[in-house]
Design a protein around this ligand. Sequence first.
Ligand SMILES: [Zn+2]
Length: 136
Amino acid sequence: MPESTVMTLRLLVRNEETALKLLREHDALPMTKYCPGKGQNVCNNLMRQRFKKTRKGNSTASWQCSKKNCHKELSIRFGNPFFYYSSAQGKCNAKLTLTSILELIWLFIYIRCTIREAASLTQHSSATVVEWWNNC
Ligand SMILES: [Zn+2]
């Protein structure tokens, strides 16, 4: 039963683009972002979204400023700390894709399977499953 419902979710949320679309439809992530600038330099330019491939072959989204002499880039997750953690340098970090996070939320709220089942279905460690379920 959990396997078939995970397959259903994977049909709805196929990749980072569809995960981002779903999260935006539910106001979990912003549709637009204005550039905060670099250091003391305030920019306020409307940033554009771009997708790029990661080393693991996944696609990841970011905001990028197109203003000359700025070109600041931010994670698309910036603005909702549920989806990232901040490093000591204030950088936005995330170990899981938005797609993986949505799967774990789905399994926690809708399927209510065991940690072992969730780890098996998602190919994540039990520790990762517990860490995310504690956030839910
Ligand atoms: Zn800028």
